[in-house]
Write a new protein. Structure first.
Lengths: 305, 293
C-alpha cells in the first residue's frame, strides 16, 4: 500500500525521536489499527463472499472450496424470478431518486438562501435528526400513517371523502413512499452545499438582463447545481436498491426486490453460494452507480471527507 | 422526555414561519412554490417521528383520528418489557463500545491522513469509505460468512457484531475529525514545539483541545449510527443479542405494539439530544465531513 511511502510535512523529523524510530514511521503507527481492522474484517470477508459466489451451489455448505463454477450466475439469469427482482430494484431506485429530488430541491434551495445562522442551524438539526433516526422507527410511523386502518384512511373516511380505504401501503406506492422517506436527507445534504456555492451575482445578472425568476432558475441555478443533483440521485439510488427493511415493511412481501432474495437464500434456504452470487449482482449495480457518480463529480459519498 | 417536547415545538416553528410572511415590499428570495414544497418536505421528514411519539403517548392500543387521550401507560410498559427494554440497553451497550473504539482508531487515522503527505492519499480515504458503499445487508452477509469460515468463534457473538458496527461508523469519525484538523491552524502547534514541547506534548496540550469539538461530534455521530443500525445487524444478531432496531422490526412485521413506539420515543430523544449537542459544539457543519457553509 501507499502508506509505506509516507513522508512528514513540517519539521517533525528535526526533533529528537522519542522511541528511537523515525517520525514518519511513528505516524504510520497511527493508521495501523484502523487499516489492519478494515483489511481483516472488510476487504478479506468481502473477497471471500465473492469467491464463494463462484463455488458450485451446495445447500447448507458455508465453507469456501477451491472449485470454480458459474452455476450460481447461470441460475440467476435463467430464472425470471431473480433477474426480474433486480430490474424491479433498479426501477424502484430510479423512481425513488426522481421523487426525492422533487421534494429535496426546493428545501435545499430554501436552506441555501437563508442567511440567519440560527435558522440554518435549526434546519440542519431537523434534517440531521431525520437522517439519523433509526429507519425502523421511521417506518413504524409511516405504517401507522398509511395502513388500511391508518391515520390518513381514518381521516378520509370519517369526513366521508372515501368509503373504502385507499391502498397506500403493501404495494409499490408504499415502497416508494418509504424509500423516499429513507433517502430524502441524503439528497438534501448533497444539494445544500452546491446551491450555496453558486455565486448570487450570476442570478442577479440574469434577472437584471430581464429574465424572470423561473427562467433564471432553469437557465442559471439548476444547471450550476447539476453536480449536486447527480451526486444526490446516485447516492439515493445506491441506498434504495440495497434496502431490505423498507420493501419488506412497506411492501408486505408483495413487492419482491433483490435484497429479499439474498436474505431468503441465506437465512431460509441455506444456499450460501447463490446468496453470495445475488449479492455480487446487487453490488455490481451499486458499483456502476458509484462509477457514474465519480465520473461526474470529484466528491465522495455525500461530500464525505 | 423534555427533548421530545422540544422537537415537537421545533417542528411547529418551521411550519408556521416559512410561507408568505413578508411578501409586501420586496420579493421573497425563494419562490412561493418552493416555500410550499419546503413545508411539505419538512412534514414528510418529521411526521413519522411525531407519529411514533404520539403512538407511544396514546392512551389506546391503536392510534385513532382524532386522537384519544394521552397516557404514560406504554412508557411504563416499555420499562417492564422483556423484549424492548433489554434490546434498548443492548443497543446502548453496543453503540457505546463501538463509539469508543471507532473514535480512537478513527481519530488516529484522521491525523495520519491530514498530516502526512503521500502519494495515494485519496486512495487511503476511499479505502476507509468503502464499507459505506456496500449495501448493509451484503456487508452483514460477508461478515457472517467470514466468521463461519474462521475458527475464531466470532459468529453469533457480541464482538462479531461490534466489529461490523465499527466498520460503518469509523468513516464518519474520520470525516468529521479530518474536517476539524483541516480547520486547525498548525502554526499554533509549531509555536508550542519551538517553545520546547515534544511532538506528543504539543499535540495533547495544543492540537487536541482545539479539535475536541470535532472529535465529540464524530463520536456522537458514530454512536447514533451504531444505535440505529439495522441492515448490518440483521444477519449478525441472535435471539439473546438483539439490538433495538431488530427487536422493533420483528414486532412490526406482525403488529403495531405501542410498547415499541414507547421504545422508539426514547431512541428519538437520544438522536435529538445528540444533534442539539453537536449544534452547541458548533460542529454541525462538520458532521461526517459534509460540507456546507
Amino acid at each position: 500500500m501507499a502508506v509505506t511511502r509516507a513522508e512528514p510535512i513540517g519539521q517533525i523529523g528535526q526533533h529528537k525521536p522519542k522511541w528511537g524510530v523515525p517520525a514518519s514511521l511513528r505516524m504510520v503507527l497511527l493508521v495501523l489499527p484502523s487499516a489492519a481492522m478494515f483489511f481483516i474484517f472488510f476487504i478479506v470477508p468481502v473477497m471471500l463472499l465473492f469467491a464463494i459466489a463462484f463455488n458450485p451451489s451446495q445447500s447448507g455448505v458455508v465453507k469456501f472450496e477451491p472449485e470454480f463454477s458459474l452455476e450460481t450466475f447461470r441460475r440467476f439469469f435463467d430464472r425470471p424470478l431473480y433477474y426480474e427482482a433486480l430490474i424491479r430494484s433498479i426501477v424502484l431506485g430510479i423512481t425513488t431518486a426522481a421523487v426525492a429530488l422533487l421534494f429535496a430541491y426546493p428545501l435545499a434551495y430554501f436552506v441555501a438562501k437563508e442567511s440567519r445562522p440560527g435558522r440554518i442551524n435549526l434546519y440542519m438539526i431537523l434534517i440531521l435528526v431525520s437522517l439519523q433516526l433509526d429507519l425502523i422507527i421511521r417506518m413504524y410511523g409511516m405504517m401507522v400513517l398509511l395502513g388500511d386502518t391508518g391515520l390518513i384512511n381514518q381521516a378520509l373516511m370519517r369526513y366521508g371523502i372515501i368509503s373504502d380505504p385507499l391502498p397506500l401501503m403493501y404495494n409499490t406506492f408504499g415502497v416508494v413512499v418509504g424509500l423516499v422517506q429513507l433517502t430524502l436527507p441524503f439528497m438534501i445534504l448533497s444539494l445544500i452545499g452546491i446551491i450555496q456555492a453558486i455565486n448570487p451575482a450570476l442570478e442577479e445578472a440574469a434577472r437584471s438582463l430581464g429574465a424572470g425568476r423561473w427562467r433564471t432558475f432553469f437557465t442559471v441555478t439548476l444547471p450550476l447545481s447539476m453536480p449536486g443533483v447527480l451526486a444526490g440521485s446516485l447516492l439515493v439510488f445506491a441506498i434504495a436498491i440495497g434496502s431490505y427493511a423498507v420493501p419488506v415493511l412497506m411492501g408486505g412481501w408483495r413487492v419482491i426486490v433483490t435484497p429479499m432474495h439474498i436474505y431468503q437464500q441465506i437465512a431460509e434456504m441455506g444456499y450460501w453460494q447463490f446468496g453470495a452470487a445475488i449479492s455480487c449482482m446487487l453490488f455490481g449495480v451499486s458499483l456502476i452507480a458509484v462509477f457514474i457518480y465519480h465520473r461526474y463529480t470529484q466528491k465522495l459519498i455525500g461530500g464525505l471527507v | 422526555m423534555s427533548a421530545v417536547a422540544e422537537q415537537t415545538t421545533i417542528g411547529e416553528t418551521v411550519e408556521s414561519s416559512s410561507p408568505g410572511r413578508r411578501q409586501a415590499r420586496e420579493e421573497h428570495p425563494v419562490p412561493l412554490l418552493f416555500r410550499v414544497i419546503t413545508v411539505l418536505t419538512f412534514a414528510y421528514l418529521l411526521t413519522p417521528a411525531v407519529i411514533v411519539v404520539l403512538a407511544g403517548l396514546n392512551s389506546g392500543e391503536y392510534l385513532r383520528f382524532p386522537p384519544e387521550g394521552l397516557s404514560l401507560k406504554w412508557v411504563w410498559d416499555f420499562f417492564e418489557s422483556p423484549v424492548f427494554l433489554p434490546a434498548y440497553l443492548f443497543s446502548l451497550k453496543l453503540a457505546f463500545v463501538t463509539m469508543v473504539i471507532a473514535t480512537v482508531i478513527g481519530t488516529m487515522a484522521a491525523i495520519f491522513i491530514t498530516r502526512v503527505a503521500f502519494v495515494g492519499r485519496g486512495l487511503v480515504r476511499a479505502f476507509f469509505l468503502a464499507p459505506l458503499m456496500l449495501p448493509g445487508l451484503v456487508l452483514g452477509l460477508a461478515l457472517y460468512t467470514y466468521y463461519l469460515n474462521l475458527p475464531l468463534g466470532l459468529s453469533r457473538t457480541f464482538w462479531g457484531m461490534m466489529l461490523g458496527h465499527i466498520l460503518v461508523t469509523t468513516p464518519f469519525v474520520i470525516g468529521t475529525v479530518s474536517a476539524a484538523l483541516y480547520g486547525f491552524d498548525r502554526s499554533l502547534e509549531d509555536a508550542a514545539r519551538s517553545l520546547g514541547a515534544g511532538s506528543l506534548r504539543a499535540f495533547f496540550t495544543v492540537t487536541l483541545p482545539s479539535i475536541k469539538a470535532g472529535i465529540t461530534a464524530g463520536s456522537l455521530f458514530a454512536f447514533i449510527v451504531s444505535f440505529g443500525q439495522f441492515d448490518l445487524s440483521l444477519l449478525l444478531s441472535t435471539p439473546n443479542q438483539t439490538p433495538l432496531p431488530i427487536a422493533m422490526y420483528i414486532s412490526l412485521r406482525y403488529q403495531f405494539e405501542p410498547t415499541a413506539a414507547a421504545a422508539g420515543m426514547f431512541a428519538i430523544a437520544l438522536v435529538v439530544v445528540s444533534m442539539v449537542l453537536t449544534a452547541k459544539l458548533g460542529a454541525l457543519s462538520r458532521i461526517g465531513g459534509i460540507k456546507f457553509s
